[in-house]
Ligand binder design. Structure first.
Ligand code: NAD
Length: 281
């Protein structure tokens, strides 16, 4: 069984990106810049943004966090985004979710120009991804995709089952696997026989948010299992996959923590660099 080491893969990716930033600096005499807007004082968002900032600096990106109180007006955020859209030193803009209730998420996402949308949430990027064109891809599914490709470079003809249909994870994951010529089944809370569907998968990606939903007898022998879930339980953080059971059957599996999570931030840095390169050309 291959234990897919997301920490190691993320460190390798950051090292590649560090070298790329250094050569971009030589070529353009400037470095890619990532600006994160953080609203309110939710602890998980604060920790996540702090980690993003630290990783961005490690690879040599220009990194900035703009903080607002929970009570900030929507118009203030929109005006800041319009300003950042025009700022040449900013290659990527990210507004940390979730937002306070009085701020319209759709308006905020659509205010960021697609060229600087490092989260890949803008409808233009979503459309480009589903049309098979170049686009920013949401960081978590991009990280999952890179991990799968490390285990199995040729995915053509493989049967992939994605559990969860969120815009953040399930849908973009499906598009990435389709692009690799997988036969993809997307499943969700209304799927009739989830176990039966999972049993058909050479690749199973679980992005649900239910602790240890996917059991050992749901998984075909020699499949690749990617666990996106992060669930707080009495026994600590667990994924959507019952690791002890599934790791006895699968060919390869990501642990939680230490699997998909570390790749998410590394992919945000990758997306920032990609935006920078697109903006230069
Ligand atoms: P979401 O709540 O937006 O979507 C969950 C999806 O699961 C929905 O499409 C729903 O239809 C489906 N679902 C719910 N119950 C189901 C069931 N019983 N059977 C089958 N499908 C079911 O969640 P999300 O934002 O996509 O996040 C999913 C999980 O991934 C969460 O645990 C979240 O914390 C985690 N997450 C991890 C990372 C990371 O970096 N590792 C990033 C984002 C989210």
């Amino acid at each position: 069984m291959i234990l897919i080491d997301g920490k190691k893969e993320a460190a390798n990716l950051r090292e590649e990106l560090r070298k790329e930033v250094s050569s971009l600096k030589t070529k353009y005499n400037k470095v890619p810049g990532l600006t994160v807007i953080l609203i309110g004082d939710l602890t998980p968002s604060q920790i996540y943004v702090r980690n993003k900032e630290k990783s961005a600096k490690e690879v040599g990106l220009k990194s900035e966090v703009i903080k607002y109180p929970d009570s900030v007006e929507e118009i203030t955020i929109l005006k800041k985004i319009y300003e950042l859209n025009k700022d040449d030193t900013v290659s990527g803009i990210l507004v940390q979710l979730p937002l306070p209730k009085h701020i319209n998420k759709k308006k905020v996402i659509e205010a960021i120009i697609p060229e600087k949308d490092v989260d890949g949430f803008h409808p233009m990027n979503v459309g480009n991804l589903s049309s098979g064109y170049k686009s920013s891809v949401p960081c978590t599914p991009l990280g999952c995709y890179l991990l799968i490709k490390k285990v199995e470079p040729n995915l053509s003809g493989k049967k992939a089952v994605v559990i969860g249909r969120s815009n953040l994870n399930g849908k973009p994951m499906t598009q990435l696997l389709l692009k690799e010529n997988c036969t993809v089944t997307i499943t969700h809370s209304k799927t009739k026989d989830l176990k039966g569907e999972c049993l058909k998968g050479d690749i199973v990606v679980a992005a649900v948010g239910i602790p240890e939903l996917v059991r050992g007898d749901w998984i075909k022998k020699d499949s690749i299992v990617i666990d996106v879930g992060i669930n707080k339980t009495e026994k600590g953080i667990v994924g959507d996959v019952a690791f002890d059971e599934v790791s006895k059957i699968a060919k390869a599996i990501t642990p939680v923590p230490g699997g998909v999570g570390p790749m998410t931030i590394a992919c945000l840095l990758k997306n920032t660099i990609e935006c920078f390169k697109r903006l230069q050309s």
